[in-house]
Design a protein around this ligand. Structure first.
Ligand code: NAD
Ligand code: DAU
Length: 338
């Protein structure tokens, strides 16, 4: 019997990479992508697979039970859910927290309820290391680190984590939580640090660095994250939490300098700007559990994968230009007007 993976948020950055990985690595499976196509959803990310008979797109909102039911109706055979759909950008959550509570908290509960009614085989909840809060100069987040989110984004993701945990404890629901560090790679929306800096530097525009530029993030290539999620989907234990990260810490200023030197652009483009309110100082992930229990290892070294990412954005200048100008949304407005 065919198995279906219901992916939510598959038109976004990590979701679209994951959909492509699934169709490549598990050709016998069916993939249904439920996405509301917010500003962050872009079907052009999936143009390479849209004609694949193993793939189906359902335009809908995880906050609407009827939309989720439509997505389940498109699934065949046993179903597992991989849940990416979320509002994902910290700066936007500082402007307004409500869309984050709606999508990340309400949306996750609606999806959990529908998934339980449908008796899904498993439910992988794609969370974030930001639920742990901020680190000082030393130490790493383990799965036992207390949750201490600092932004409306991370607080809403923490709430959704806890709803998945509660579904497991209360109903024996087969939920699994992953908490990954910062991703980079193809199809990332150019509001996030790496694609924004590549795009601005390419156009000789200023590169806004928050505060002193010494905040540290632990970077992982998106394909490594997607492979970790596949390992969790296939071999993870229900009710467990798995951290995902690549032991790859860099201060933001170093990343910005690397991008400039790779592109042959001057450091005079760097502009230090007002810091992000509540800006977490450092993230670092202890991923020993997923390495030990599921045999997952990151494959992409930052020294090679960052230049490869920069080349991808250069080779996809039209994709980038259509996102930056907003042109990608006109297509949906016609095709998916509701
Ligand atoms: P993204 O913003 O690029 O994509 C989010 C997708 O979800 C979009 O396609 C959007 O249209 C869709 N979406 C939003 N609200 C929806 C709703 N109500 N119903 C249906 N679809 C909806 O996000 P991303 O960076 O790909 O992150 C995906 C997930 O991974 C998020 O849950 C995020 O918290 C988590 N995560 C991201 C990172 C990272 O570095 N980007 C790291 C760890 C975890
Ligand atoms: O850690 C995982 C998280 O990583 C995910 O859960 C989030 O969805 C994802 O957006 C990301 O959050 P960050 O806030 O770490 O990512 P962002 O790319 O927004 O910022 C990375 C760092 O760069 C952060 O310290 C803020 C800084 N920054 C960001 C932007 C956009 C700048 O200095 N200038 C900028 O213009």
């Amino acid at each position: 019997m065919k198995r279906t993976i219901l992916v939510t948020g598959g038109a976004g950055f990590i979701g679209s990479n994951f959909v492509q990985l699934l169709l490549r690595e598990r050709p016998a499976w069916q993939v249904v992508n439920l996405d509301a196509l917010t500003y962050a959803g872009n079907l052009e990310n999936l143009s390479a697979v849209e004609a694949n008979p193993a793939y189906a797109f359902v335009h809908g909102d995880i906050c609407e039970a009827a939309d989720v039911a439509r997505a389940f109706a498109a699934c065949r055979g046993p179903v597992a859910v991989v849940h990416f759909a979320a509002e994902s950008h910290v700066d936007r959550s500082i402007e307004s927290g409500l869309p984050f509570v709606r999508a990340n908290v309400l949306g996750t509960q609606v999806l959990l309820d529908e998934s339980r009614a449908r008796q899904v085989e498993r439910f992988v909840h794609v969370s974030t290391d930001e639920v742990y809060g901020s680190l000082g100069a030393s130490g790493k987040f383990s799965e036992e680190t207390p949750l201490a989110p600092n932004s409306p984004y991370s607080a809403s993701k923490t709430a959704s984590d806890l709803l998945v945990r509660a579904a497991f404890h209360t109903h024996g629901f087969p939920g699994i939580i992953t908490r990954c560090s910062n991703n980079y790679g193809p199809y990332q929306f150019p509001e996030k640090l790496i694609p924004l800096m590549i795009a601005n530097a390419s156009e000789d525009r200023e590169l806004p660095v928050y505060g002193d530029g010494q905040n540290v993030r632990d970077w992982l290539y998106v394909e490594d994250h997607c492979e970790a999620l596949l390992a969790v989907l296939e071999r993870g234990r229900a009710g467990e939490v798995y951290n995902v990260g690549g032991d790859n810490e860099y201060p933001n200023l170093s990343i910005v300098r690397l991008i400039l030197s790779t592109l042959g652009k001057p450091e005079t483009l760097i502009r230090f700007v007002k810091d992000r309110p509540g800006h977490d100082r450092r993230y670092a992930i202890d991923a020993s559990k997923i390495r030990r229990e599921l045999g997952w290892e990151p494959r992409f070294r930052f020294e090679l994968a960052l230049p490869r990412t920069i080349q991808w954005y250069q080779a996809h200048a039209v994709w980038l230009q259509r996102v930056r100008s907003g042109a990608y949304r006109e297509y949906y407005a016609r095709q998916y007007a509701r």
